[in-house]
Design a protein around this ligand. Structure first.
Ligand SMILES: Cc1cc2nc3c(=O)[nH]c(=O)nc-3n(C[C@H](O)[C@H](O)[C@H](O)COP(=O)(O)OP(=O)(O)OC[C@H]3O[C@@H](n4cnc5c(N)ncnc54)[C@H](O)[C@@H]3O)c2cc1C
Length: 413
């Protein structure tokens, strides 16, 4: 069902509880896990959308939880406002993205959930519960990234800032150099990330820093070559070929990773942070203590080099500062992320299993919306505040109205 008002949503939750059905909200279904699956009532977000208020003095914007990030970014830009940081795409809903800890890369600025200043959610008893640092702070600590376990988020208030410009510098760099200089690149740039191309010693780096502007987007030809041809069109062909004839992948990777060239451009934040991703893939991403990431990446490279695996998708490395959200992958620790991908339709288990073994040996925390095999026992070890979250869940949803198989695995009964 797709409620058009919060009242209708509360009524649906109450009715489901009475009828003994479980309830789950879905966003745009961009998670790689079954986080949004249910055998009961599925709440769809499309009728709960849009900005509901802007407070320029406080520097906040309140949006309905089903708002798609792209619509939010466009509407904010129209008001000369912007979020501080965001992920690679903007197709997800506000509630879906924040509920799994969707993040980009940042030295000082953290995930989208960490930019939340207040939120409202419908809890299992049908109440509308508001929370912020001042109001129900123990709920606020957890519900910004609730994996759908605490209630149905209806409204989110974000910190925003006056629209600004970012200058992006994309530059190919060798694996040895990027890993040796990783700490410096992170310290010297507001947003540093890089992609390593398996079977090669080649990486592409991206540094985004604030600038005075004016906007100088990539020229039409460069944008088409880099964003459409290399990142989508040709990449699609290369992946299809690699899936059909895996032995060609290393040679293709060497050519493809050299085809990228350095470029610099300036634009408003969402046009720099996000780009179209049309080639379909499966992804696993782990958050590691920052100081472990280079070692883990070297282990990953050594593992790929000595294995028969053929990987046509680059490995993405990003960072986040420590935050204060109970189950954020960056909760309480400076973090770096390593994401492994496989072209959809290619067997990914062997690669992901070997990668996951490396990540978990470094106390990695998997992204809540991406492939992983971890369970509650593991999470209790890598999240010092895990018990705080499950205790809150016991209080807000004792009968597991919002439960599903995924939550049973990751949070326990
Ligand atoms: C192409 C692609 C690129 C991606 N890029 C990134 C990236 O750069 N960074 C990153 O961190 N992740 C990335 N992701 C992962 C993605 O951001 C997350 O999986 C996100 O959760 C998807 O949002 P969604 O709206 O599709 O939510 P869904 O996948 O539909 O749902 C996710 C979770 O949120 C819950 N939920 C949804 N709505 C509500 C609500 N109203 N109240 C309570 N719970 C709710 C669902 O029950 C479920 O548990 C990417 C995924 C894809 C496919």
């Amino acid at each position: 069902m797709a409620p058009t008002t919060v009242g209708e949503l509360r009524e649906a939750v109450r009715r489901a509880a009475e009828e003994g059905l479980r309830v789950k909200a879905v966003g745009t279904g961009h998670s790689f896990t079954a986080a949004a699956a249910t055998d009961g009532v599925l709440i769809r977000p499309q009728a709960l959308r849009g900005i509901t208020s802007i407070d320029r003095t406080a520097g906040t914007v309140t949006v309905a939880a089903g708002t798609v990030l792209k619509d939010l970014n466009v509407a904010l830009a129209r008001e000369s406002l912007s979020l501080t940081n965001m992920g690679d795409i903007m197709e997800q809903t506000v509630a879906g993205a924040t509920s799994t800890g969707t993040h980009g890369t940042g030295r000082d600025s953290a995930s989208i959930a960490a930019q939340i200043r207040a939120l409202e959610l419908v809890t299992a008893d049908g109440r509308l519960l508001a929370c912020s640092e001042k109001e129900n702070p123990e709920v606020f600590a957890a519900a910004r990234l609730g994996i759908g376990a605490l209630g149905i988020v209806t409204s989110v208030t974000f910190a925003v800032e006056p629209l600004f410009f970012l200058t992006a510098r994309e530059e190919p760099m060798g694996f040895e150099r990027v890993t040796a200089e990783f700490d410096e690149h992170v310290a010297e740039n507001e947003h540093f990330e890089f992609y390593w191309f398996p079977h090669t010693g080649n990486c592409n780096t991206k540094r985004n820093n604030r600038s005075q502007g004016p906007a100088a987007p990539p020229g039409a030809v460069s944008a088409w070559v880099e964003d459409e041809l290399l990142s989508n069109g040709l990449f699609q062909v290369v992946n299809s070929l690699g899936r059909a004839v895996p032995a060609t992948i290393p040679a293709i990777a060497r050519v493809a990773s050299r085809a990228l060239s350095a470029r610099t451009y300036t634009d408003i934040p969402y046009r720099v942070f996000t780009s179209p991703r049309r080639v379909r893939f499966v992804e696993m991403e782990y958050a590691l203590p920052r100081e472990h990431v280079v070692e883990a990446l070297r282990e990953l490279k050594a593992m790929v080099d000595r294995s028969p695996l053929r990987v046509s998708f680059p490995v993405e490395v990003r960072t986040a500062p420590a935050d204060d959200i109970t189950l954020s992958t960056a909760s309480g620790r400076e973090t770096a992320y390593i994401a492994v991908h496989m072209y959809r339709g290619t067997p990914y288990q062997a690669y992901f299993t070997a990668a996951e073994r490396i990540f978990t040996a470094h106390e990695g925390r998997p992204h809540w919306g991406k492939v992983h095999t971890r369970d509650a026992e593991y999470f209790a070890r890598v999240y010092p505040r895990f018990g705080e979250f499950t205790a809150l869940r016991d209080r807000l949803d004792p009968d597991r109205l919002f439960g599903n198989d995924y939550l049973r695995r990751v949070l326990g009964a």
